[in-house]
Design a protein around this ligand. Structure first.
Ligand code: C2E
Ligand code: CA
Ligand code: CA
Ligand code: CA
Length: 279
C-alpha cells in the first residue's frame, strides 16, 4: 500500500509538472501572439426571436499558433492574466471590436451592438475606462453601441471600487451585461446594487434544458430575477429548437447560439448581415 501511495504521488507530481510545462510553453508563445498577428476576433450574432432580427454580436478571441494549433480562449485567457498581458490584449480586443462594428453600419437597418468580454483583472488595473474611451474615439462608434460583458466574480471582489468603475461606464452610455450568471454566488440583493442593463443566461443552464427539469426550474428562476430587476435577458448557447421554443414561451427575446450561427470571422459576419438584409 505504501509503494502504491508513492507511485500515486509520483504520477501526480509528473502530471502537475507536465501541466505547468505546457502552460509555460503556451505562455511563451502567447507573449508574442499579438505582435505575430496570430490573434483574431470572431463575432457571434445575437438575434431578437420576436422580430427575427439581428441585434448585435459578441466579440470572441481566437488564437492560432503554428506550433500549438488553435488554443481556446478558456485556456489562454487565464494565462494572459497570469503573465500580465491581459490589459494589452483587452485593449486590442476593444479597438478591433469597435472598428468592426463601424463597418456594419449600412449593411443592415438595425443599430447593432457589439459586446466585448472584459476580465476582472482589466478592472483591477484601472485603465479600462481610458482604453474604452480611446477605442470609441478612434473608431467613431457611439458609446451606446458598445456593451461590456462582465462576470459575477467582479461583483464579489472589492465591490466599492468596482461599483464606482461600473457607474463610470454606465454614465458614458455604455451597456453592461452580466455574463455567466448563476455559475457563481451572486444573490438578488447583490446584483441589485450594480448598474447593469443585461443578464446573460449561461450556456450551462441552456445545455440539455429540454431533458432536465432542474435546468428548466433554474432558468425560470433566472428569468424571474431579471424581470424583477428590470434587466434585459440574453440566452447563450442555444443549440436546438426545443431550447429556443422554451425560451420564446417565457418571453426571452434575445438568443445567441449554434442554432443561429457559430462565431464567424469578420468577413463571414458581414456576409451574414447582408444575407439577413435580403431575406
Ligand atoms: P463566454 O463569454 O461565456 O462566451 C460564450 C462561449 O460559448 C464562446 O466560447 C462561444 O463560442 C460559445 N458558444 C456560443 N454558442 C454556443 C453554442 O450554441 N453551444 C456551445 N456549446 N457553445 C457556444 P469561446 O469562444 O470558446 O470563449 C470561451 C470563453 O473565453 C468566453 O466565454 C469568455 O469567458 C472568454 N473570452 C473569449 N473572448 C474573450 C475576450 O476577448 N476577453 C476576455 N476577457 N474573455 C474572452
Ligand atoms: Ca461573454
Ligand atoms: Ca457565458
Ligand atoms: Ca465565461
Amino acid at each position: 500500500a505504501k509503494s502504491d501511495g508513492r507511485n500515486t504521488y509520483h504520477f501526480f507530481s509528473q502530471e502537475m509538472r507536465r501541466i505547468s510545462e505546457k502552460q509555460l510553453l503556451i505562455s511563451n508563445h502567447l507573449r508574442y501572439a499579438l505582435a505575430k498577428n496570430e490573434i483574431s476576433l470572431f463575432f457571434q450574432p445575437k438575434i431578437d426571436i420576436t422580430l427575427n432580427q439581428i441585434t448585435g454580436a459578441e466579440a470572441l478571441l481566437r488564437w492560432h499558433n503554428p506550433e500549438l494549433g488553435d488554443v481556446p480562449p478558456s485556456e489562454f485567457i487565464p494565462l494572459a492574466e497570469n503573465i500580465g498581458i491581459i490589459s494589452e490584449l483587452g485593449a486590442w480586443v476593444l479597438q478591433q471590436a469597435c472598428n468592426e462594428a463601424m463597418k456594419w453600419q449600412g449593411l443592415t437597418k438595425q443599430r447593432l451592438q457589439v459586446s466585448v468580454n472584459v476580465s476582472p483583472q482589466q478592472f483591477r488595473i484601472g485603465s479600462l475606462l481610458k482604453e474604452v474611451k480611446k477605442a470609441l474615439t478612434v473608431s467613431g462608434l457611439p458609446s451606446d453601441q458598445l456593451e461590456l460583458e462582465i462576470t459575477e466574480s467582479l461583483l464579489l471582489q472589492d465591490s466599492e471600487q468596482n461599483l464606482s468603475q461600473l457607474r463610470d461606464f454606465a454614465d458614458q452610455g455604455i451597456r453592461l451585461s452580466l455574463d455567466d450568471f448563476g455559475t457563481g454566488y451572486s444573490s438578488l440583493s447583490y446584483v441589485r446594487r450594480f448598474p447593469l442593463h443585461i443578464l446573460k443566461i449561461d450556456r450551462s443552464f441552456i445545455h440539455g434544458l429540454e431533458n432536465d427539469l432542474n435546468h428548466k426550474v433554474l432558468v425560470d428562476a433566472i428569468i424571474a430575477m431579471a424581470r424583477s430587476l428590470n434587466l434585459e435577458l440574453v440566452a447563450e448557447g442555444v443549440e436546438n429548437k426545443q431550447q429556443l421554443e422554451f425560451l420564446r414561451q417565457r418571453g426571452v427575446r434575445t438568443i445567441q447560439g449554434y442554432i443561429i450561427s457559430p462565431p464567424l470571422n469578420p468577413e463571414d459576419f458581414r456576409k451574414f448581415l447582408k444575407n439577413e438584409h435580403q431575406s
